[in-house]
Design a protein around this ligand. Structure first.
Ligand code: NAD
Ligand code: UPG
Length: 430
């Protein structure tokens, strides 16, 4: 099939390259000329394992990029993979989606054949039918169900394993309201589902598909917060939380994944998606108490980490190494990284901060241009009074002798990853 993807960020680029890999002809449309040029030169605009290889293989053949929306005219279906950030009060901000839908609608006015427009972005229930569809109708002069359809296909890939997650998913959720939209969505995903190891296909309504995405993320975020609550209790009683969590994970009703206690969840999705569904729930008169508690626990973890640091070192005037700036390992994405509230608080307390990350330094520098950055973990630790471990990069697990270069080593480990040494002050956060 011929597919167009509007937006070529983490999701749009990954799904475009993967759709090309399973045999579709794909065009990415993005307003960012640099992103388009990078893709057309056969390179990935983002750091994601396996993505460079796919783009190198398919660019110029089954995969191309353009800034020109006219490219959608020669395709059967368009996926909207645009950012859906938060407003200041946590509500979903749909302005980017609406602008793209308007450009797409104006282009679809020129198309004679049937077209399917699929929301790939994470959007609160009713958005596709009550916000996107009317914009498309107004701009195209066509009606949904006559000439074009809308659908919803939430994305569950994780950064750092995006290619693998997309090509071999646990589930594919296809939301539609008409038989033709359902058939078209099935045809898009059939080649992917056939080569995946065990992907369930969930065919459902559009607003159900929208809500499945929020329910999925909210459940996972709340699971981590519950685990952090339990691990905090463990720490107060001097109980080894890792033994407790490993044991409860053996209960198949709980499961062993997403039991990683520590400095909490960040990233481009959990914080904004939990905030958006909480705000949406309140809009319809429901107080989502569990989700509010999940956010409160998550906000408290960096504060606890600094309290533990203060038990050993006064941050004022101290040189503090922050190991890990990306919101998780395997990515250069620093959106809502836990390093952000930690460094803000360290700077407020008068600390001299040096940051290190294997791949995310340049992205982080845009947010914090004035702190020091080191080229290696060892260089960051050299002369530091304290170290905070924020991201669970594998290379931090291998650190050992490097701590000798610190003044009087104090290590607060927010991911319980560092190898303990009896001769230095080591505290796990939980
Ligand atoms: N990042 C993830 O891991 C992930 C996973 C699942 C779902 N999601 C959801 O997918 C959506 C996209 O997220 P992302 O992280 O890929 O966003 P992103 O910010 O990385 O990418 C968005 C892209 O859209 C482009 N763009 C902006 N306005 C445009 C326009 N009018 N026309 C064409 N292109 C335009 C931008 O230049 C950018 O390249 C969000 O709703 C997010 O919640 C993200
Ligand atoms: O046991 C754990 C697992 C994760 N995290 C943290 O949780 C955050 C999110 O991690 P992860 O879910 O692995 O990364 P994302 O790429 O943000 O993926 C989430 O958000 C995406 C965007 O919606 C969804 O598509 C994915 O299914 C969902 O896992 C990170 O800060 C992790 O450090 C923990 O603290 N403990």
């Amino acid at each position: 099939m011929k597919l167009s993807i509007i937006g070529s960020g983490y999701v749009g680029t990954t799904i475009a390259a993967c759709f090309a890999e399973v045999g579709h002809d794909v065009v990415n449309v993005d307003i960012d000329e640099d992103v388009v040029a990078t893709l057309n030169s056969g390179e990935s605009p983002i750091h994601e394992p396996g993505l460079d290889d796919l783009i190198e293989e398919h660019a110029g053949d089954r995969l191309r990029a353009t800034t020109d929306y006219e490219a959608v005219l020669d395709t059967d279906a368009t996926f909207l993979a645009l950012s859906t950030p938060s407003t200041d009060d946590g509500h979903i901000d749909l302005s980017i989606m609406e602008a793209a839908a308007e450009s797409l609608g104006a282009t679809l006015a020129e198309k004679d054949d049937y077209h399917l427009v699929v929301t790939k972005s994470t959007v609160v229930p009713t958005t596709t039918e009550e916000v996107i569809a009317p914009v498309l109708e107004e701009a195209s002069g066509k009606r949904v169900g006559e000439g074009f359809d809308v659908g919803m296909n939430p994305e569950f890939l994780r950064e750092g394993s995006a290619v693998e997650d997309f090509l071999d998913p646990d589930k594919v959720v296809l939301g539609s309201q008409t038989d033709r939209a359902a058939e078209t969505l099935r045809a898009v995903f059939d080649p992917l589902v056939e080569q995946a190891s065990d992907a369930a296909v969930v065919e459902t309504g559009i607003r159900e598909a929208e809500m499945i995405k929020y329910a999925n993320n909210a459940f996972l975020a709340a699971k981590i917060s519950l685990v952090n609550d339990l691990a905090n209790i463990c720490k107060e009683y001097d109980v080894d939380s890792s033994e407790v969590l490993d044991a409860i994970g053996l209960d198949s009703r709980i499961g062993s994944e997403f039991l990683g206690a520590g400095v909490g969840w960040g990233g481009s999705c959990f914080p904004k998606d939990v905030a958006a569904i909480v705000a949406a729930a309140r809009d319809v008169g429901y107080e989502p108490a569990m989700l509010e508690a999940a956010v409160a626990v998550n906000d408290r973890q960096p504060v606890r980490m600094l309290d533990i640091l203060r038990d050993h070192v006064d941050p004022s005037g101290a040189r503090v190494a922050v190991l890990g700036l990306a919101f998780k390992p395997g990515t250069d994405d620093v959106r809502n990284s836990r390093a952000i509230p930690l460094i803000d608080a360290l700077l407020d307390a008068g600390a001299d901060v040096v940051g290190y990350d294997p791949v995310a330094t340049e992205n982080f520098r845009e947010k914090f241009p004035d702190i020091d950055y080191a080229d290696s973990a060892g260089a960051a630790l050299d002369g530091a009074d304290a170290a905070l471990v924020v991201t669970d990069w594998d290379e931090f697990a291998a650190l050992y002798d490097e701590f000798d270069a610190m003044n009087e080593p104090v290590v607060v480990d927010g991911r319980s990853i560092v190898t303990r040494r009896d001769d230095i002050v080591y505290e796990s956060l939980v």
